[in-house]
Design a protein around this ligand. Structure first.
Ligand SMILES: NC(=O)c1ccc[n+]([C@@H]2O[C@H](COP(=O)([O-])OP(=O)(O)OC[C@H]3O[C@@H](n4cnc5c(N)ncnc54)[C@H](O)[C@@H]3O)[C@@H](O)[C@H]2O)c1
Length: 250
C-alpha cells in the first residue's frame, strides 16, 4: 500500500531522532508533507534534509520546545503558512526519568511533567483549532506501556504517560464535533536513543518477559501511528494502541 496519507500535512514533535524520525520518514513515503519539530536543531534539520533529498519540499524542520506555548503558536502557524493546512499532530516528544517515588526530586518531577504531559496538552490546545480549520484530522499522542502498568520505578514517567492516556480520551470526546480523532499509542521497549542509558541486564529482562523476545524497532511503532493518523482509522477515537511485543499481555 502507498499514499495512505496523500494530501495530508503532519506535525511531529520530537522528530529529530528515534520513533519521531521514523514516523516522519514513513509519513512522507505515504504521501504526507511533514513538519519535523524538536529541540535538537542539527539532528532535526538533518532528518528534514534527508527526506527532501528523495521527496523534494516534503519536509521542513522547525525548532519547538513543547513546553512553550508561544513556540507552539508559531510552529502551527508556520506549518499552515508553508504547507497550506494542518491535518495531523503526533505528540511524540518525551523524556525518561528512572527515579522512583521516594527518589524523584521536585525539579525532576516538574521537568518530566512539563515535557511529557503539559507538552501534549499544549500541542492539542494549539493544533486542534488548525486541524479544525483544515476540515478535521487526527491527533496521535505517544504514551507508553508505562501509562498502562507500573514498574516500581520511573515515577514521574509513569504518572505523565498515564495522564496522556486519559487526556487523549477526553480530548477525543471534546474534538469529535470538529471531526478530529484522538488516540494514544503505548510502545513497549523500542531501540532508540531514549533507552541507551538503561542497563543492558534491565533491557534483557524486559524483552525476555514479553511474548516476542526482542526489542521493538521504531518503524514497528511508526506503522501503528500511520494507521491512526490515516483515514483508514476513521472510526477509531479515544482508543489505545499497544505495540509492545506482548509484554502487557502476560
Ligand atoms: N523507546 C522506548 O522504549 C519508548 C517506550 C515507550 C514510549 N516511548 C515514548 O516514545 C516517544 C519517543 O521516544 P523515543 O524512544 O523515540 O526517544 P528519543 O529520546 O530518541 O526521542 C525523543 C525526542 O524528543 C525530543 N524532545 C525532548 N524534549 C523535548 C522538548 N521539550 N521539546 C521538543 N522535543 C523534545 C528529543 O530531543 C528527542 O529527539 C517518547 O514520548 C517516549 O516517552 C519510548
Amino acid at each position: 500500500m502507498s499514499n495512505r496519507l496523500a494530501g495530508k500535512v503532519a506535525l511531529i514533535t520530537g522528530a529529530a531522532r528515534g520513533m519521531g524520525a521514523a514516523e516522519a520518514r514513513l509519513f512522507v513515503k505515504e504521501g504526507a508533507k511533514v513538519v519535523v519539530a524538536d529541540v535538537l536543531d542539527a539532528e532535526g534539520r538533518k532528518v528534514a534534509d534527508d527526506i527532501n533529498r528523495s521527496h523534494a519540499n516534503h519536509a521542513s524542520y522547525i525548532h519547538l520546545d513543547v513546553t512553550k506555548l508561544s513556540e507552539w503558536e508559531s510552529v502551527v502557524s508556520s506549518a499552515e503558512k508553508q504547507f497550506g493546512n494542518l491535518h495531523i499532530l503526533v505528540n511524540n516528544a518525551g523524556i525518561l526519568s528512572l527515579a522512583g517515588v521516594a527518589d524523584t526530586t521536585e525539579a525532576e518531577w516538574q521537568r518530566v511533567v512539563d515535557v511529557n504531559q503539559k507538552g501534549v496538552w499544549l500541542g492539542m490546545k494549539i493544533a486542534a483549532p488548525a486541524i479544525r480549520r483544515a476540515g478535521g484530522g487526527s491527533i496521535v499522542n505517544i504514551s507508553s506501556i508505562y501509562g498502562l502498568i507500573g514498574s516500581g520505578a520511573s515515577a514521574a514517567y509513569h504518572a505523565t504517560k498515564g495522564a496522556v492516556r486519559i487526556l487523549s480520551k477526553t480530548a477525543a470526546a471534546e474534538f469529535a464535533p470538529w471531526n478530529i480523532r484522538v488516540n494514544s499509542v503505548h510502545p513497549g521497549i523500542i531501540s532508540t536513543p531514549m533507552v541507551d542509558p538503561l542497563p543492558g541486564d534491565l533491557r534483557q529482562k524486559v524483552v525476555s518477559t514479553g511474548c516476542i523476545k526482542r526489542e521493538g524497532r521504531p518503524e514497528e511503532v511508526a506503522y501503528g501511528v500511520l494507521f491512526l493518523a490515516s483515514d483508514e482509522a476513521s472510526y477509531v477515537t479515544g482508543s489505545e494502541l499497544v505495540i509492545d511485543g506482548g509484554y502487557t499481555a502476560l
